[in-house]
Design a binder for this molecule. Structure first.
Ligand code: AMP
Ligand code: TRP
Length: 347
């Protein structure tokens, strides 16, 4: 597949303009991960771990803002960890941690909430979107979601955060919160920048909306090859104006062609564009090339998923060790935060 190198970076993982060493990003354990998560977020993590001190969080406290069954949470956490590792995260290079295992995240979130003016949160687009999606459950956790996210990032004094495009407003807010804290208590937190790759907004099978679990338009990282074949052939929307096999198509408005840009070689992309424009082949022929490339990319990931699933003790140990390491850093930061905010009476 084509490489997903972080914006303005080099292939090794350095990112121009990022001078510090610590990077944090998080993924909610809210079900299975899809190729949007992979292209937009996880595939960026892998090169970064070569150059930076990366901490990747499984953010279970964030996932609580949606209704879920308590007994399913552990399995979701395992799935997220297995996916991170199967996609190439190396526990010897990066830290994989569980958010609820480091209580300091929630403590810092409270402190940051006290320097965050209400209107800043009211205008966050993701809050409005979630409130629309789950009108019966517009809880305070949803409202506080970006403040907890700022705490996740700032507690490690992170300088950069690799994420998909949808998270940009949260990063802007994180910088504003850091600035507000620094203005009140003295310069302390760095203002982290977002690292947004070239594949930061993957559209789903429907050809219209961002790939998202809630929209049933996903290819999941653990979908079986037959399922992927069937989803792309039956649900994958192409150029809507190309009705018959003999109609010439327009690749520039075809989402399947956009996906070729993520998964296929330059030669295959040129071939598909040409054949489509002259009706030299049909959409199913074009899809067959895409399917082959997606399956090729996913095969080693799925193999590692299976190996890891058969070795859950090892996965648990990685999460435990990573969380412990993260906790030490977070505790150091909170000690300083308590000092500069005057919360030292009993210390
Ligand atoms: P979530 O599954 O919402 O917790 O997202 C985890 C990470 O994947 C975040 O960095 C998102 O920005 C990224 N992400 C989610 N969906 C997509 C998508 N359709 N395209 C690109 N990135 C995505
Ligand atoms: N809000 C992110 C998402 O929905 C998940 C997240 C939580 C996160 N805390 C974070 C991402 C800190 C980056 C940094 O995808």
């Amino acid at each position: 597949m084509t490489a997903n190198t972080p914006t303005t970076g080099d292939s090794k993982g350095s990112v121009t303009g990022v001078t510090g060493r610590r990077i944090f990003s998080g993924i909610q354990p809210s079900g299975r991960l899809h190729i949007g998560n992979y292209l937009g977020a996880i595939s960026q993590f892998v090169p970064l771990q070569e150059e930076y001190d990366c901490i990747f969080g499984i953010v279970d406290l964030h996932a609580m803002t949606q209704i879920y069954k308590s007994k399913e949470m552990s399995q979701r956490i395992i799935n997220a960890a297995v996916n991170y590792l199967a996609c190439g995260l190396d526990p010897n290079k990066a830290t994989l941690m569980l958010q609820s295992g480091v209580q300091e995240h929630a403590e810092l979130a409270w402190i940051l909430a006290t320097v965050t003016p209400l209107p800043w949160i009211q205008r966050v687009p993701t809050f409005k979107e979630k409130a629309r999606q789950q009108p019966d459950n517009v809880n305070m956790g949803l409202f506080n979601y970006p403040v907890l996210m700022a705490a996740d990032i700032l507690i490690y004094k992170s300088v950069a955060v690799p994420v998909g495009e949808d998270q940009r407003p949260h990063l802007e807010l994180t910088r504003e919160i850091a600035r507000a804290f620094n203005a009140r208590f003295g310069s302390f937190f760095p203002e982290p920048r977002e690292i947004i790759g070239s594949q930061a907004r993957v559209i789903g099978l429907d050809g219209k909306n961002r790939m998202s679990k809630s929209l049933d338009n996903c290819i999941y990282l653990d979908d079986e090859p037959d399922v992927i074949r069937e989803k792309i052939n039956k649900q994958g929307v192409t150029d809507p104006a190309r009705v018959k096999r003999t109609d010439p198509g327009n690749p520039s408005i075809c989402n399947i062609f956009t996906w070729h840009g993520f998964f296929s070689s330059k030669e295959e992309q040129a071939y598909c564009a040409k054949e489509c424009r002259v009706a030299g082949f049909g959409c199913l022929d074009c899809k067959a090339i895409l399917i082959k490339n997606i399956l090729e990319l996913l095969a080693p990931i799925q193999e590692r998923q299976k190996e890891l699933m058969a070795n859950l003790d090892k996965v648990q140990e990685i999460i435990r060790d990573g969380t412990e390491r993260a906790r030490k850093i977070a505790q150091e930061t909170m000690k300083e935060v308590r000092e500069i905010t005057g919360l030292t009476y009993l210390i």
